[in-house]
Design a protein around this ligand. Structure first.
Ligand code: AHR
Length: 663
């Protein structure tokens, strides 16, 4: 069929509103292009928005070791409660002593408020544990999960007595089964009798965590990560890698070993925005580097840890001397990198490999990538990164190093952020990948579809390590932003020879405790929802393909160029399933007829489709309507054309569609 006839056939079958010209798109299925790396679509975790404590990490008790600067923050103490600082765990020395308040009608005890409450689910078992001692070797506590808000006669939902039988520190455990689902329960402990008890590291954990690990992750949230099928898992941040100052930078060595002895760290996001201020935002490090590596393994992603380069957050510190480790004092930071590689990959006979084995993972984690510096820029960064690169190359030449091009995707007019200089420096230092960050508005996403087509193919590869469409004046997870992300992502796929890793940001947000939006996954204490952006990521990751195919319109890439009707598109071949996978976004407000000419394919067949289409541009999923907007499955007929199969379709306005066609 020639183009004229096709257009006529289409015009007849369409409504008045959809009289746009057909877009004729050529897909060459004969010639395989660049391989698409398995790391292409990934996730980036940072403890922002209560993503770790209060989020993914299963612990339900806030300030479980009484190490917050206000030692009883998160706790309500009543009766006779003393805070002590000579406990059994060197790096978490604080604990409490509950004593007899002196006369019968008073009580002694503690209530923990959790993170915006404690979320419990009907029928689930919660493991209460505590390190305790009773000076007389004979004390008892009553452990309750309570609902203070209830009109019921009794506040306690479930209670267990726990005898403390030793005068020496010992761990005690008791299970509590919840009779109801409640987002805002609390934990209450009463001292029973008159013998005092000392309590340390008071923990309440769902028994049923992701993969049932004892120090594990909240099941629904970790499952949502697994369902994304991420190829790469970047952790632990973000700005928290750098810290507000050097003292509060993320130090991975503080995050391994027994959880009771992991020192507390201030969270850099506690105070960042005073309009979203959370005075109780700290990092317990219960979710530490061992758990990150294990989670990466559990969800099948390559781990990509990012470590401090010896610069505290540059946004907050600018030229402050104290925020830069002098060049001749960098060695401990470099050692942290080398030791981490040994922790992840070293034999059990090595110092750090032995610690990993002691934590339950004798096999190496097989880490292949390391990032040095989060979102750094300028000479301060380049001169510090240099000795790291030299040391890592000398000892671990097989490890790929990720450097940064700073916080902006381009040079800023005032030259504060010099993106181009960043790339130049990374080329000179021979970084393997360069981490780019862009939080940009709709216009940027609509006009940057060709961003990577002109990149130098001889230098480092691209890691689009943080990006999101921030709607102008809206900044939330609305449908339109997600479609523009989907559109822009076709440029990743088309340029898979140079773009080898990507991850949107941030990943998680607690609805009651967020500091930054949009985010991929939102939750409260019992429920969660996936944003439309999440579904975009999932669609890409589960329809990635193995090789790029050429897809053009008038011999040009389809990236919203002049005459392309707001279309963005790319194509891949999946050698595992023998399918051609086409991704196309219609970013116009009109329906758009399209005709794909599938060179190299003959005959008819039925193709599978996956579509995101919705009319309300500002609509979003939510806790109340978690599935308002989700991808829909369908099928479409592929016809016999002149010398090639042909696929005709009519794309809804502002939509994203994937076709899977058996070759
Ligand atoms: O994703 C939120 C923050 O954005 C990250 O911590 C930082 O790297 C970037 O500025």
């Amino acid at each position: 069929m020639n183009k004229k006839l096709l257009t006529a056939a289409f015009a007849m079958s369409m409504t008045l509103a959809s009289v746009a010209q057909t877009a004729f798109i050529d897909v060459n299925t004969k010639k395989l292009g660049a391989p698409i790396q398995s790391t292409m679509y990934g996730i980036f975790f940072e403890d922002i928005n209560y993503a770790a404590d209060g989020g993914l990490y299963g612990e339900l008790i806030k300030n479980r070791s009484f190490e917050f600067p206000q030692h009883l923050m998160g706790w309500q103490a009543f009766g006779c409660v003393d805070v002590m600082d000579d406990g059994p765990f060197e790096r978490c020395p604080h604990y409490v002593i509950l004593s007899d308040p002196g006369h019968n009608d008073r009580r002694t005890g503690l209530i923990n408020e959790g993170y915006f409450g404690i979320g419990i689910e009907k029928g689930e078992v919660y493991r209460f544990s505590v390190w305790a001692k009773a000076p007389k070797g004979d004390g008892t506590i009553r452990v309750q999960i309570i609902n203070e808000r209830s009109m019921e006669e009794r506040q306690e939902l479930v209670e267990q007595e726990l005898p403390i039988t030793s005068a020496d520190w010992k761990k005690y455990t008791v299970n509590l089964t919840s009779p109801q689902t409640n987002k805002h329960a609390k934990l209450r402990i009463f001292l029973k009798g008159s013998n005092s008890v000392a309590l340390e590291h008071i923990s309440l954990f769902p028994v049923h965590t992701f993969k049932n690990r004892e120090n594990g992750m909240r099941r629904d949230l970790a499952q949502a990560l697994a369902d994304l099928h991420p190829g790469i898992f970047r952790f632990p941040g973000g700005c928290i890698v750098e810290g507000t100052d050097l003292d509060t930078r993320y130090q991975w060595k503080n995050t391994i070993g027994p959880v009771e002895n992991r020192p507390l760290n201030q969270n850099r996001w506690e105070h960042t925005f005073d309009y979203r201020y959370f005075a109780d935002y700290y990092q317990s490090y219960g979710l530490g580097f061992f758990e990150f590596f294990q989670l990466a393994e559990d969800i099948g992603a390559e781990p990509l840890p990012i470590l401090s380069v010896g610069l505290a957050c540059q946004f907050q510190n600018w030229d402050k001397e104290s925020a830069h480790v002098p060049l001749n004092e960098l060695q401990p930071y470099i050692d942290d990198c080398l030791d981490l590689i040994e922790f992840a990959n070293g034999p059990v006979t090595s110092k750090w490999g032995k610690i990993r084995a002691g934590m339950g993972h004798p096999a190496p984690f097989n880490m292949k990538y390391i990032g040095v510096g989060n979102e750094q820029w300028g000479e301060f960064y380049y001169e510090r990164l240099k000795p790291f690169v030299a040391a890592i190359r000398a000892q671990y030449p097989e490890i790929k190093i990720v450097g940064s091009s700073g916080p902006m995707p381009d040079d800023t007019p005032d030259n504060t952020y010099r993106f181009e200089d960043g790339w130049k420096a990374m080329k000179e230092l021979k970084a393997d990948l360069v981490d780019e960050h862009y939080y940009r508005d709709e216009e940027w996403f609509l006009t940057n579809g060709l961003r990577y087509d002109t990149y130098d193919r001889k230098g480092p590869k691209v890691f689009a390590g943080e990006y999101a469409c921030h709607g102008k004046g809206k900044k939330w997870n609305h449908y339109e932003a997600a479609i523009l992300e989907a559109a822009f992502m076709t440029s990743f796929e088309r340029n898979a020879d140079i773009v080898q890793m990507t991850s949107p940001a941030p990943l998680f947000a607690h609805v009651d405790g967020w500091q930054w939006r949009p985010d991929q996954i939102w939750y409260d204490n019992t429920d969660m929802f996936k944003t439309v952006s999440y579904y975009v990521q999932q669609l890409y990751a589960t329809n990635a393909g193995t090789n790029v195919l050429s897809l053009t319109m008038d011999k040009k890439p389809v990236a919203n160029q002049t005459g392309q009707h707001g279309l963005f598109a790319s194509a891949a071949f999946d050698s595992k399933t023998n399918e051609v996978i086409i991704k196309i976004a219609n970013t116009s407000k009109q329906p758009q007829p399209v005709s794909f000419n599938l060179t190299g394919m003959k005959g008819t067949r039925t193709a599978q489709t996956l579509t995101l289409s919705h009319s309300g541009m500002d609509d979003e999923n939510s806790i109340c309507k978690p599935e308002l907007i989700t991808p829909q499955k369908g099928t479409i007929q592929v016809d016999e054309g002149k010398g090639a199969s042909i696929l005709l379709d009519d794309l809804p306005p502002m939509s994203f569609r994937i076709y899977r066609v058996k070759k």
